[in-house]
Design a protein around this ligand. Structure first.
Ligand SMILES: Nc1ncnc2c1ncn2[C@@H]1O[C@H](COP(=O)(O)OP(=O)(O)OP(=O)(O)O)[C@@H](O)[C@H]1O
Ligand SMILES: [Mg+2]
Length: 213
């Protein structure tokens, strides 16, 4: 069987005396949309920081796209894209410039880059606004642009932190909601969706192919 795109085994993270993540294990298969839910302080952000190489685990093993999040950090970083909780676009640049900047940063070759930017901006229905400054975009439009940007360097996993109803592009919406097997020609991105705080339960819960709320 194919190896899961994300593998978390017996993950523990301590901050001094406090155990923020206590023996968490899960796996996400290729093509799967995975929601990671749990009450405040359950350790969701800490787990995602470890998956995205911003924090080291105290114990356990974490792999993204087959790469170890401690010993193969660069490979892990090139394997994922991320849409942050708060917009992280440059307001003073146009939508196209924001995309271009990200592409250069990730070393996407020029020919592929231009084509890919057009394809993705069409996908999130923003191509006709490509020369507008991002500061004039609505919240939902910024979110859509961030999704396009997060997919630019062909990541295998897209971390998506807390979506909301403002993501209104028909394409982006369907992509983020119920697309357990994204279209072949869009590659095989996975979405690791980290949507909510609060919401009952006493431990981290996981749900596969949940409809984001
Ligand atoms: N850098 C840190 N230093 C010390 N304690 C921390 C640190 N980061 C997180 N913690 C603690 O670890 C626990 C888990 O925090 P975390 O941010 O992972 O929770 P969360 O599930 O994302 O919660 P929320 O739903 O509120 O965002 C909390 O008790 C928090 O105070
Ligand atoms: Mg959090």
């Amino acid at each position: 069987m194919e190896r899961p795109i994300i593998e978390v085994k017996k993950l523990v993270r301590k901050f001094g005396e406090l155990t923020a993540v206590n023996d968490v294990s899960f796996a996400v298969n290729r093509g799967e949309i995975f929601s990671f839910l749990g009450p405040n302080g359950a350790g969701k952000s800490t787990t995602i920081k470890i998956l995205t190489t911003l924090l080291r685990p105290t114990a356990g093993e974490v792999r993204v796209n087959g790469f170890n999040a401690v010993s193969e950090q660069d490979n892990v970083r090139h394997s994922f894209g991320i849409v942050f909780q708060d917009p992280s676009l440059d307001d003073e640049l146009t939508a196209w410039e924001n995309m271009e900047f990200h592409g250069v940063l990730y070393g996407v070759p020029k020919d592929t880059r231009r084509k890919r930017i057009e394809e993705l901006m069409n996908f999130v229905e923003l191509w006709d606004r490509k020369d507008d400054l991002v500061k004039n975009f609505s919240g939902g439009m910024k979110r859509r642009l961030e999704i396009a940007r997060g997919l630019l360097h062909h990541p295998r996993v897209l971390f998506f932190r807390r979506t909301n109803s403002r993501t209104r592009s028909a394409n982006a919406q369907s992509y983020l909601e119920l697309h357990p097997k994204p279209q072949q020609n869009r590659g095989d991105h996975n979405i690791f969706h980290h949507p909510l705080h609060g919401g009952g339960g006493t431990r981290i819960e996981q749900g596969c192919n949940h409809r984001p709320r």
